[in-house]
Write a protein of this length. Structure first.
Length: 300
């Protein structure tokens, strides 16, 4: 099995576990921002220890980091923070599997951002995939009970948060891939690991400052929730290392296509762990959105 395949499947599994822990923490004493900070705060030390140990064992020097690297890395880091905030807030609106599915619109939105920013034209099959995805979003966006007009149902908070999370995750993925490719090292684990350390450390420091100034008491709450939050950090580190490694070895389209196994993991978590009920309408929406993503990466 190729390393990028194993890395992607592992990343999808750990990411599902991370979002499960996010939901648990966000339903307790932590705010949305506090739960997001916990992820980076507990992931950064583990990343330092792991990558530092790997460099020492390999006898490899710490690679030089250019200004271009930091530009891409920090752009990706900001996108990931904003995306995670949207997803954690989304968990308060809809159930777990639907929340993760909304996040997966990142693949569709990457194509749209590429068209606007880079002038990359989409094929007819690409636009067909987007149309199928929009149909899935319509099904998933209906408020419980299906009352009200179409605009009201499409304008609810869950839809906005889901689409925003997909947009910011798309920016994050592009930034991280570009940053890792700036590192002059043959070993993909060094490139992905060093990028991970720089990103998680900057995210933890920035969010700690934000919480100190804007949400007094949340830093103490994150520490008080350490018995759960430390597992969140470890799952986050493992998942991020998997994604970073896969993006370093393979193009984003193939990685994102294989990463759709996360939908299966999240559906299992929703039913088996949170004991939530998935309606037929929501299953249909998940199916259409998954189909659209697979069409996009297969034919565009």
């Amino acid at each position: 099995m190729d390393l990028w395949i194993a890395a992607t499947v592992a990343a999808a599994f750990f990411q599902t576990l991370r979002f499960m822990l996010h939901k648990v923490l966000s339903m307790g004493r932590l705010t949305t921002t506090g739960s997001t900070f916990a992820r980076f705060a507990y992931a950064a030390p583990a990343a330092w220890l792991m990558i530092g140990g790997y460099l020492w064992v390999q006898g490899a020097p710490v690679p030089a980091l250019t200004g271009t690297f930091w530009t891409y890395a920090l752009t990706g880091a900001l996108g990931q923070v904003l995306a995670t905030l949207c997803v954690v807030a989304l968990f308060r609106q809809r159930n777990f599997a639907v929340g993760i599915t909304f996040k997966k619109t990142e693949v569709i939105q990457t194509a749209l951002v590429g068209l606007v920013v880079l002038g990359e034209a989409l094929s007819l099959a690409g636009w067909a995939a987007i149309a199928v995805g929009l149909a899935g979003v319509v099904l998933l966006s209906d408020t419980p009970g299906g009352t009200g007009g179409w605009l009201r149902r499409m304008g609810n908070r869950a839809v906005a948060l889901g689409l925003a999370s997909g947009f910011f995750f798309a920016i994050s993925a592009v930034g991280y891939r570009a940053a890792s490719l700036q590192i002059d090292a043959a070993d993909p684990l060094i490139r992905s690991g060093v990028t991970l350390v720089c990103v998680t450390s900057s995210q933890a420091l920035a969010m700690a400052l934000w919480l100190r100034l804007r949400e007094p008491g949340q830093l103490s709450a994150v520490w008080a929730a350490r018995r759960t939050a430390i597992w969140l950090g470890l799952a986050s580190m493992a998942g991020s290392l998997g994604w970073f490694t896969a993006f370093t070895l393979q193009t984003a389209a193939y990685v994102q296509a294989l990463g759709q196994v996360e939908l299966i993991f999240s559906l299992m978590a929703s039913v088996l762990f949170f004991h939530e009920t998935i309606t037929r309408r929501e299953l249909a929406g998940i199916g259409l959105l998954t189909l659209s993503v697979l069409m996009l990466v297969a034919f565009v």
